[in-house]
Design a protein around this ligand. Structure first.
Ligand SMILES: [Mn+2]
Length: 381
């Protein structure tokens, strides 16, 4: 099959729909950002500077590290600068990293995950999705229907959730369904409807990419790529999304451990894309009164292990509409940086997951309560 050109992929003059970005290059990594590419022989070393270290000294350290052919990732905390150094173990070990003026300590990252490890940055990462920041003090609410079904449906729901306080619009155009006979999503048309809803409401959009063959198309529309639970260990997809400049939300697989999730995220960062959100969405257990078991243990554990922001999806986590709000509030109380909630204006007619979607009015009520919990745990909304 011949690959269609970008222009034919993203324009639909016949429908008068919103076009995708014509410069896909803007979503692709520019070549001045080096990819990191740790290999089995690599080591990650953390240099922590002293509070009084000057910018000149930091520049000197970074220049010298790079002149040795090693990679340096600089993170600025409030008090100190942390420099993550990556390269072949034998090469790093022979360099006198502790001898530079301004260095307080040099320690290797001994965990199996290096780039996602919290100490690699020494501070929490802020991930920008459009003009929204995830991982800062504000708890970010993402909302929208499970699937994009029509232009009218997604735009109407987008307006409702924005009015209620959501900052990012969700909606599936490519749907991973348990049954091949279930609704599979509108594909490209769904992406165009999402872009239309973004234009109307100003909300950035997050949507799933299921396959590397669709990545270029999805990148032309999305503000944030979602890698779904069923693809958490699709390593070729992880590498490909790691080569884009778009933020990526990686959902935990339903049978994946927290460590598995972190190792999968490591694939994305190792391609040079540090803009990753981790999403807890429930795991399979013996319990069958609910769709999944929302593992809120993962929230404080992830906040301790990694610098990446943590999103919780209570909708898929419990899968029953009336119980979703309680788990959304619990997620924020546990320290989630963001929650993602499915909302539908006619759940009984929804083409997927209608039984777990909140009605817009219930969602509005939930956001007000989320705000109270956020404030109670030192956050805002
Ligand atoms: Mn869904």
């Amino acid at each position: 099959m011949q690959t269609p050109s970008l222009q034919t992929l993203v324009t639909r003059p016949d429908l008068g729909l919103v076009e995708g970005r014509d410069a896909l290059d803007s979503a692709k990594r520019s070549c001045d950002q080096p990819t990191l590419h740790l290999t089995p022989n690599s080591l990650a070393m953390i240099i922590v500077t002293r509070p009084d270290t000057t910018q000149e000294q930091i520049d000197h350290i970074v220049d010298r590290i790079r002149s040795w052919g090693l990679k340096a990732e600089v993170s600025r905390g409030e008090m100190r600068v942390v420099i993550g150094v990556i390269g072949p173990e034998d090469k790093i070990r022979e360099k006198p990293l502790g001898a530079f003026p301004g260095v307080e300590s040099v320690t290797p990252v001994l965990k199996p995950y290096k780039l996602v490890a919290r100490e690699f940055r020494g501070r929490y990462s802020h991930v920008r999705v459009g003009d929204v920041t995830v991982g800062a003090k504000e708890v970010v609410v993402m909302a929208g229907p499970c699937s994009v079904e029509s232009e009218g449906q997604i735009t109407a729901i987008a307006k409702e959730v924005r009015k209620a306080g959501a900052k990012i619009l969700r909606g599936g155009a490519f749907k991973p369904r348990t049954s091949p006979y279930s609704f599979q999503g509108l594909g490209k048309l769904g992406l165009q409807f999402l872009a239309e809803a973004r234009q109307v409401t100003g909300m950035p959009i997050i949507t799933e990419v299921m396959d590397t063959k669709d990545l270029e198309l999805v990148c032309a529309y999305a503000d944030c790529l979602q890698v779904g639970a069923r693809n958490m260990q699709n390593f070729s997809l992880l590498r490909e999304v790691g080569r884009t400049d778009l933020p990526v939300m990686l959902k935990r697989g339903m049978s994946a451990t927290i460590k598995d999730l972190l190792m999968s995220a490591e694939y994305i960062l190792n391609e040079g894309n540090f803009n990753v959100l981790l999403c807890e969405r429930g795991i399979r257990t013996f319990e069958n009164m609910t769709r999944n078991t929302l593992d809120l243990n993962a929230v404080p554990v992830l906040k301790s292990e990694t610098h990446l922001p943590v999103v919780v999806d209570p909708t898929h986590g419990i899968g029953v509409r009336e119980f979703v709000p309680a788990m959304a509030l619990a997620a924020v109380a546990a320290g989630a940086d963001s929650i993602m909630v499915e909302v539908h204006n006619a759940p009984e007619q929804a083409k997927s997951d209608g039984e777990q979607a909140l009605l817009p009015a219930d969602f509005e009520d939930l956001v007000a309560r989320v705000r109270s919990v956020a404030v109670a745990v030192g956050r805002e909304l």
